[in-house]
Design a protein around this ligand. Structure first.
Ligand code: UP6
Length: 264
């Protein structure tokens, strides 16, 4: 019998967390990652619990949380098991290998202890991947490289983007894909593409962010749509029921486009 779309892609993945992401997308029929950019523990956890049923992944910025503690990550892990989603700390590492290995393993946040995937800029060269890999590989973690950005005037274009893809190819045991605005690499690579700058209702935020619809980014070859304020609204007026219904709306828009593109 012919292998299905997901089975085929899962077979190609060297990294365990890449397989987990694809399996989660398949199980939940969701390519939605909610970017949970709230700054207090209580609101963040309520938001994640509300949108959890509709997502394959939750993206965090733990360095914006005023009352961060390790109970927060314990509770995040509990919600990850309850709702079946992958945790992605959007750390955007950008230093030399030795420094990023310390930033990843140590400090207040100890990201490697709880975040299933994280990301890094390719800017410093291969040392950044080696430094993170040294910490993360044995823990079963995966890394995304920022090959492109959603913001206006991004310098991550052209030969920089191409060099990021080449770098990922040298580290296929640990690098699972890219933050990018379109499919990168070829079908043999089968990198995961995660795309931020996704919104259904507005085109920008007045601070350089640029939004495209789930349909547009799926047509460009993305695997996971990353949506923040389009779903969460602003923290000051946090409405968790509204966030849940918006998450469902983005989940459906994304899945409809994805299922149609890949004939699922
Ligand atoms: N993000 C981008 N663009 C990138 C990379 N990362 O917007 O190229 C992150 C931001 C934010 C989220 O740091 O957490 O994705 C987008 O949020 P928004 O949907 O509220 O604009």
């Amino acid at each position: 019998t012919e292998m299905g779309y997901f089975e085929q892609r899962i077979c190609l993945q060297q990294n365990k967390m890449a397989r987990t992401v694809l399996e989660t997308v398949q199980r939940k029929q969701s390519i939605l990652c909610v970017s949970a950019d709230f700054t207090t523990k209580d609101k963040l956890l309520k938001l994640v619990d509300a949108v959890g049923p509709h997502v394959c992944m939750i993206k965090t910025h733990v360095d914006i949380i005023s009352d961060f503690d390790h109970d927060l990550v314990t509770q995040l892990a509990t919600l990850s098991a309850k709702h079946d989603f992958v945790i992605f700390e959007d750390r955007k590492f950008a230093d030399i290998g030795n420094t990023v290995s310390l930033q990843y393993s140590s400090g207040v946040h100890r990201i490697a202890d709880w975040s299933h995937i994280t990301n890094a800029h390719a800017l410093p060269g291969d040392g950044i991947v080696n430094g993170l890999k040294k910490v993360g590989l044995d823990k079963g973690r995966g890394l995304l490289l920022l090959a492109e950005m959603s913001s206006a005037g991004s310098l991550a274009v052209g030969s920089y983007t191409q060099a990021s893809v080449d770098m990922a190819r040298r580290h296929k045991d640990f690098v699972i894909g890219f933050i990018a605005q379109r499919k990168l690499g070829d079908s043999d690579d089968d990198f995961l593409i995660l795309t931020p700058g996704v919104g259904l209702d507005v085109k920008g935020d007045g601070m350089g962010q640029q939004y495209r619809t789930p349909q547009e980014v799926v047509d460009a070859g993305t695997d996971v749509t990353i949506v923040g304020r389009g779903i969460t609204g602003s923290e000051a007026t946090a409405d968790f029921d509204k966030a849940a219904s918006e998450a469902l709306r983005y989940k459906q828009a994304g899945w409809e486009a994805f299922a149609s593109r890949h004939k699922l």
